[in-house]
Write a protein that binds this ligand. Structure first.
Ligand code: ZN
Length: 308
């Protein structure tokens, strides 16, 4: 069993409008945009990162907004719900705030003893705000104080036709089964960051998901550094997973592999972080380009949708 994985690092999803996406995550949910860059593999598309003050691993929601992309279809083989951590007693205030912004499909429930508010993002992405014991510091502003601010991820909910092989993989990655009810099993990693929970929801008769706007593209797990990442890569290869080489994403190093249930996993380093090329006070304001795309700057600044 691996000991290097410390919870989630980031979650990356697809959207249909950069400006709508940006407004939702900053104005409605109150996250900080910590990086405005482009998809390194398709530089005519933004890559927007939202999180806490510095984009601490475990807090970072990222998006590729493909302008006017059709909506994906929810189903199995994907992350169905991305969950953020909120303070105890704030779920009601969040329900009222989401109603004020006319957020769609706002519901409340209790899962494994935790109060949740569930809602749709602008592309039908499904989110939860979960009341959690968590001492991380939220980003505040836009009418959101520390008494209700999002502290980062609580976890992610994978919807699978058959959860068996993915459960084995999560245990191999260092997660333990900590709860089970109906068709949902919770796995938790100890000794990591607070984004430490993965729920596996088994839906044997549901259709397969179609990935497009509103779909989670992949979830990334955090490791401390590149040495730990290489250890994880070797172990996954030894177990028979096809893992990509290490890819430099400027703000972290990444490896990717497809899991048995269909969800794409990444393992990302906590270093060097989002403040490597901008001052903390101005994170996310300027368009930052990887050096190999710097020659495209004038074209990209003209073509990409303007964001506040
Ligand atoms: Zn990623």
């Amino acid at each position: 069993m691996l000991k290097q994985i410390k919870g989630l690092h980031h979650v990356t999803s697809l959207a249909s409008s950069a400006s709508v996406n940006n407004a939702f995550f900053t104005n409605v949910l109150g996250l900080r945009r910590v990086k405005k860059t482009v998809n390194f593999d398709a530089p005519d598309v933004y890559h927007l990162y939202y999180g806490d003050e510095v984009g601490t691993p475990g807090s970072v929601m990222t998006y590729f907004p493909f302008q006017n992309a059709a909506r994906g279809k929810r189903g199995v083989g994907e992350v169905g719900v991305t969950s953020f951590s909120i303070p105890f007693g704030s779920a009601t205030a969040w329900g009222e705030r989401l109603a004020t912004f006319e957020v769609e499909n706002v519901t409340a429930d209790v899962r494994f003893g935790q109060n949740r508010i569930l809602f749709d993002g602008p592309d039908g992405d499904r989110f939860a705000l979960v009341e959690t014991d968590d001492d991380r510091t939220p980003w505040t502003g836009n009418g959101i104080g520390a008494d209700m601010g999002i502290r980062g991820f609580q976890g992610a909910d994978m919807r699978l036709a058959d959860g068996g092989a993915t459960a084995e993989l999560l245990k191999f990655m260092g997660y333990e089964k900590t709860d089970h009810a109906d068709n949902v099993t919770r796995f938790t990693v100890s000794g990591g960051n607070a984004a430490n929970s993965i729920d596996v929801e088994t839906l044997p008769d549901a259709p397969r998901a179609t990935s497009s706007a509103g779909s989670v593209h992949h979830i990334a797990f955090a490791v401390e550094n590149r040495a730990r990442q290489l250890e994880v890569r070797e172990a996954l290869l030894d177990t028979g997973y096809q893992v990509t080489p290490v890819i430099d994403r400027d703000y972290f190093h990444a490896i990717y592999f497809r899991t048995p249930g269909g969800v794409l996993f990444e393992v990302a380093t906590n270093e060097p972080g989002f403040d490597r090329d901008e001052d903390t006070a101005h994170l996310g304001e300027a368009l930052m380009l990887p050096s190999r795309h710097e020659h495209l700057r004038a074209t990209l600044e003209r073509q990409l949708e303007q964001l506040p």
